[in-house]
Design a protein around this ligand. Sequence first.
Ligand code: FDP
Length: 320
Amino acid sequence: MAGRKSSAITSRDGTPRTDGGGPAVVTLTQHAGRFDRDLGRLFSGFSALSTRIRQELPVRRDAAATRNVYGEQQLELDVWMNDVFVKAFRDSKLVSQVASEEMGDVKDVGRGRFSVVLDPLDGSSNVKSNNTFGTIFGVFDGRPLPARGSDLFAAGYLIYGPATTLVYATAKGVHEFVQGGGGRPKEFLLITEGLRLPAKGKLYGIGGHREKWIPEVKAFVGELERELMNLRYGGSFVADFNQILHYGGFFAYPAQVDKPAGKYRLHFESNPIAFIAEAAGGAGTTGRERLLDVSPKGIDQTVPTYVGNQDLVDRFRARF
Ligand code: FDP
């Protein structure tokens, strides 16, 4: 894996060391705070929620009585997580607007400098089967929503997998943290600084229905299969992209002949992930244009989404 391993994982059992046996461990708040003090404070409050979320996972597994603006059945967990995050952003006093996949409109929450976009529970259908899901977020500085992806100040995601990890990106790079270890169960500690996509991609994954994929996608997937890339599809964008970040490759929820605008929400899913992909040396496209350049029309717009290694995304784009 590309990137600089932090001294935080030098202990023999893999737990972040806090024992003074090497350079000090670095927490998420410290790390992000060096880039921007307010961002560090924002992440501190936001990431602390993961402990509560973990505790609620076993007890909030049922469907809610509501559907989101996309007509999708919400889970109790979708609604609860949305409310918990919105409250945290309001309480932070650092945020003025929040928009999320689970709310119809942009919400005014204060007078802070940041606007936050959020998919509180990405990969909801994985809750029932106990597969991986996460939370995606994007942070704008002094920009009202909806905003263009290229104006993102920071973006990241939490993954509630076997371990809880957090990846965040700014224009300065992509960094990964794990919660716990070294006797600090609630703290997110740096494990890799300056993550880069490996030079050669190994994996690919494509959502939707093969029969309905547009011809450009069918043909490109044929090429990847002939090149013996490994297929991995887990049903949550955040976890599927995280594999690409670590092993390299190409991931898409594509345009389909019956759904030319794809499934993923530009603000809550595609832009934050494309921002991270670019900051890690990769790329993100709609097929016709760079994802981060898509002009925002509405907070709920969807876009075909293709992300991964720059060379693979370029090859795919050349088909249009
Ligand atoms: P989900 O609907 O389960 O919340 O856009 C949301 C998303 O999950 C992505 O995380 C995931 O990649 C995709 O939808 C899964 O869609 P399919 O069920 O069509 O595979």
